[in-house]
Design a protein around this ligand. Structure first.
Ligand SMILES: [Fe+2]
Ligand SMILES: [Fe+2]
Length: 171
C-alpha cells in the first residue's frame, strides 16, 4: 500500500512547517535565555521540542505508508523578537497558520479518500487547539504585564507547578 502522491506532497510541506516552527521557538527560547528570563526560555524550548516531535510524527506516517520524504527549503526564523508580547503574538499567529494548514490537509485527504491519513490527523487537531489556547493565554498575560516581564516569569512558574500537580494527580 502506498500513500497518495498529492497527500504525500502536502505532508512534506507540513513537515517543513513543523521544522520551521521548531527553529522559530528555539530562536525565541534562546533570546529569553540570554535576557535571563529562564522560565520563558524553558517554556519555548519545550514548545520547540513539541514541534520537532510533530515533524517526526509526520515522517513516521510517510514511512508507514511507503511514501517519499522530501523536506522543503526552510525559511530563516525571525530573530528580532523584542518583547514577550511580540513573541506570544508571533507564536499565536504561527499556530493559527498551522491550524489552517492541518485543516487543509484534512480536506485534501478526505477528497483523495485517504482515510488513514484523515484519521492520523485527528491527533493534530487536538494538539492545535491546545497550542492555540496556550499561546492565547500567554499573549493576554504578556499584555497585562506590560513592562513587568518578571510578572510573566512568575505566571510561567505557577503554570508549570499547576501542570506538574495535574500530572501527579493523573497518576
Ligand atoms: Fe506543530
Ligand atoms: Fe505548534
Amino acid at each position: 500500500m502506498q500513500i497518495n502522491s498529492t497527500v504525500n506532497q502536502a505532508i512534506n510541506k507540513q513537515i517543513g512547517m513543523e521544522f520551521s516552527a521548531y527553529l522559530q521557538y528555539l530562536t525565541i527560547s534562546t533570546h529569553f535565555d540570554v535576557e535571563g528570563l529562564s522560565e520563558l526560555a524553558s517554556f519555548f524550548k519545550a514548545q520547540a521540542e513539541d514541534e520537532r516531535d510533530h515533524a517526526e510524527r509526520f515522517i513516521n506516517h510517510v514511512v508507514a505508508f511507503n511514501g517519499k520524504l522530501e523536506i522543503p527549503t526552510i525559511n530563516a526564523p525571525t530573530s528580532n523578537v523584542k518583547s514577550i508580547e511580540e513573541a506570544a503574538k508571533l507564536s499565536l499567529d504561527w499556530e493559527m497558520k498551522v491550524t489552517d494548514a492541518i485543516n487543509s490537509l484534512l480536506k485534501l485527504s478526505a477528497k483523495e479518500e485517504d482515510h488513514i491519513t484523515e484519521n492520523f490527523l485527528s491527533w493534530f487537531l487536538d494538539e492545535q487547539l491546545e497550542e492555540l489556547s496556550t499561546m492565547n493565554k500567554l499573549l493576554k498575560v504578556a499584555r497585562r504585564a506590560g513592562e513587568n516581564e518578571l510578572a510573566v516569569e512568575e505566571f510561567m512558574v505557577r503554570q508549570r507547578n499547576q501542570n506538574s500537580n495535574n500530572a501527579n494527580s493523573d497518576t
